[in-house]
Design a protein around this ligand. Structure first.
Ligand SMILES: [Mn+2]
Length: 259
């Protein structure tokens, strides 16, 4: 059944590609997926330095890009990448919280709000890869590596992709379910993993999870010197003593169930 619907999707996609003359974007071999940066500039800079060594064709920012200590600088980094960067909107990017509003200004905020909810890229070796922040239909619906397959099937019903890349829960995984390969690259700026660091992934021709090291203590000091509010809340559980992927996944899955 699943194989059949997958085959049907492939046929529909091929037909759509012929109809529009699109579909084959030659040369898209490797994509770096940078999710949930959360305005953590030192983490982003460490990841971008590692990305440069990888010779990727595209860098996809998977939402919740700017909300954090360095919103304006983070947006600048994204814009500096020009056409190499593709960005999707995250729920936290929409937030009009004063720290960000002051630093981005109306123009910056408008640029952020113009980001689409999904971006699709044909990646050699993986097929059609859909990037979204939370799910293709919502930038705040929670999916974790523990989400039951029946729920995934409902959430992803009608989605035309081979691979769905999402974030929002800040825990990396790579899973096949409901006829899709589903990947969370983890979070650059606020990961809930065992080891501190900045988490991201390379897609094409395989899925490779990556971790970049950076000076976390230094980042916290710099953010504190800026006067960024709620820093301790932010740092605790993620940056300094990560609560870990199991506890975080269970916590978010409970939220998803409304418990
Ligand atoms: Mn987030």
């Amino acid at each position: 059944m699943r194989g059949l619907s997958r085959a049907r999707r492939r046929v529909r996609r091929a037909e759509a590609a012929r109809a529009t003359g699109r579909g084959r974007r030659a040369g898209v071999v490797r994509v770096a997926a940078l999710y949930d940066v959360h305005g953590n500039l030192p983490a982003l800079d460490a990841v971008l330095a590692d990305v440069e060594r990888e010779k990727v064709d595209r860098i996809v920012f998977g939402g919740d890009v700017i909300s954090g200590p360095w919103p304006a600088e983070t947006l600048e980094r994204v814009l500096e990448l020009g056409d190499r960067a593709l960005v999707v909107l995250g729920n936290a990017d929409r937030d009009l919280e004063p720290w960000r509003r002051e630093r981005l200004g109306d123009e910056g905020h408008a640029a952020v709000l113009a980001w689409p909810l999904t971006v699709t890229v044909d990646v050699e070796g993986l097929g059609r890869v859909l990037f979204c922040h939370a799910t293709p239909r919502s930038d705040e619906e929670i999916v974790t590596r523990l989400t039951p397959e029946e729920r995934l099937a409902e959430i992803l019903d009608g989605v035309e992709a081979d691979v769905v890349v999402h974030g929002h829960a800040h825990v990396r995984y790579d899973r096949r379910a409901a006829g899709f390969r589903i990947v969370n690259p983890g979070s650059v700026g606020l990961p809930y993993e065992t080891l501190p660091g900045a988490y991201w992934a390379i897609l094409g021709p395989h899925v490779e999870h990556r971790r970049s090291d950076y000076d976390i203590e230094g980042m916290i000091e710099r953010a504190r010197a800026l006067g960024f509010p709620n820093l301790d809340e932010l740092a605790e559980g993620s940056l300094i003593e990560p609560i870990g992927p199991d506890a975080a996944s269970e916590y978010f899955e409970q939220m998803a169930r409304g418990a």
